[in-house]
Structures are given as C-alpha cells and as structure tokens.
Design a protein around this ligand. Structure first.
Ligand SMILES: [Zn+2]
Length: 281
C-alpha cells in the first residue's frame, strides 16, 4: 500500500502539485458524505451566477459587500456564514482512494458569453454532461475567478475555470480547472477573450463560433473530490466539487485581460471542518 501511495504522490508532483501529505487508504468510502448531502443540494438552486444580479443589495469582493459580510447582506445568504461545508478550501491533506473517474460527454456549444458583473460566464447549450460514480451531471455554464479560489498546499493559482453542472435531482457538480501562467497563450481562452463582454449585464452571442469545454481540460484527469458549496451567495451546500489536480497553461497577458475587467473575484478559503478531500488514482 505504501508503495502505491508513493507512486501516486510522485505522479502528482509531476503535475505541479508537490506538497501533499496523504493518508493512504484502501477503504471503500467513496460515497460517504456525498450521499448525505443530496437533500441539501436540492436547494442549491442558483446554478447560474447571473441570477444574483437581481438582488437589491449587491454582494461583491470588496467594500461593504465583501465576503465576510455576505451572510448578513440578505437572509438567504445566511449559509455563507453559518455553513460548515463551505467552499473554496485549501487542499493540503488528501486521502488517496478509489475515486470514480469522471466520464466526459461534452459537445461543442455555440459561443455565448455573459458579463454578470462578478465574472464572465460562458453559457453552455444542453446536451453536454459528465458521469461520475454512476450519476449524470449536465453542463450548464462555466466561468472564471482570478486568482484561483481553491488553493493547493496554501498556494493559489493565477486563474480558475469553474464548470458548473446540475444533476436531475438538483445537485450541483462543479469541476475546477486551475490555470498557471506559462509561456504560451491558452487557445480556448484566446477565443473567449476575443469576444469578452466588457459591460456588466452584457451578453455576446457570437455567430458561427463554437466552444468545446473538453479543450479546457488538462490531459491528466486526476482530481480532488470533496463536498462543499457555491463560492458565491447564497453559498448553498451539497455541491460535489471536483478540482483537477493538474493545472493548464495561460499567458500572463490573458490573466491580465481578465483582472483588468474583474480586479477581485475570489472568495477566501473556508474552514475544512473535518471534511475529507479524496484524490483519484
Ligand atoms: Zn465559481
């Protein structure tokens, strides 16, 4: 068992993640907390960040509406302060277990981007989904934060894409793809940023242009799995988080293009409160 764990950690180090301590485990506990959270997930109704724009008192990332104040801005946001399974988290201790592979069934989608005042959101047409542990989650939208919300061993990344999926029972499954500044520019981001809506509330529907979320994923599909929440109000819990362990590359210019538009878009990491983060092998 020890040999297996060491081998896995070495593989993760190659993926740029060198800090983890692992409680090696061969126990079959894949489904523990997830199953218990399904009820709560049914209430995680805000799959779409844009809907938050309707609130009269705006939450934000600085000033009066900053993350520490979210829970008191509105009654519906109470979970942001009272919740015990909040996201993002710092992923610094993981348990290696037989986490189910994510089966990706993404198709290309006509390109449509919305600036919702908090981030840029790519609206995804129906028909694309993932299957994980036998459950289907349909891809609804993807959006970005910079710097990344989840940190790995205390280290944040330059940007992150959140691919938001929803299952038939209402549970959300979010895949995080971390971006690290490298030499080259990211082709998918290039396409998106070329059509960036710069005004809050603006939607750009780009004719004869499509995006495939597959092209955003790292080649190595190892991921961190844990039960958390939306990282924006109302901070609903029961979200099945899948953070890809291997970052993908982006150029410094591309990150700057985003942060020029959204200087702050990152909720601080939240207490783990005994939750276990599992990593696939
Ligand atoms: Zn997000």
């Amino acid at each position: 068992m020890e040999t297996k764990c060491m081998k896995l950690l070495k593989g993760m180090a190659i993926g740029g993640i060198a800090i983890l301590t692992a409680a090696c485990s061969d126990s079959d506990d894949d489904h523990d907390s997830k199953a218990a959270d399904h009820g709560k997930a049914a209430h995680a109704e805000k799959a779409n960040h844009a809907s938050s724009n309707m609130h009269a008192t705006h939450w934000s990332y600085a000033g009066d509406g900053a993350p520490h104040a979210w829970s008191v801005i509105k009654e519906e946001y109470a979970t942001c302060g009272e919740g015990k399974q909040q996201s993002p988290i710092d992923i610094s201790t993981v348990t290696i277990s037989d986490v189910s592979d994510i089966e990706f069934k993404y198709k290309s989608s006509p390109l449509e981007l919305t600036n919702n005042g908090h981030t840029v959101q790519v609206n995804y047409h129906t028909g694309s989904y993932i299957t994980v542990s036998g459950k289907r989650y349909d891809l609804v939208q993807l959006h970005f934060h910079s710097p990344s919300e989840h940190t790995i061993g205390g280290k944040g990344y330059d940007m992150v894409a959140h691919l938001v999926h929803k299952a038939a029972d209402g549970q959300l499954g979010v895949i995080g793809v971390l971006f690290k500044v490298g030499k080259g520019k990211n082709k998918v981001i290039d396409k998106l940023w070329s059509n960036l809506p710069t005004e809050s509330g603006q939607t750009n529907t780009v004719k004869n242009s499509r995006i495939n979320a597959m092209d955003l994923l790292p080649a190595d599909r190892a991921y961190f799995s844990y039960s958390g929440s939306l990282t924006t109000p109302p901070c609903s819990e029961g979200v099945n988080w899948m953070v890809m362990a291997t970052p993908v590359e982006i150029s410094a210019k591309q990150v700057k293009r985003y942060t020029d538009l959204f200087p702050a878009s990152t909720r601080p990491v939240q207490p783990l409160n005994g939750r276990v983060v599992r990593v696939s092998n």
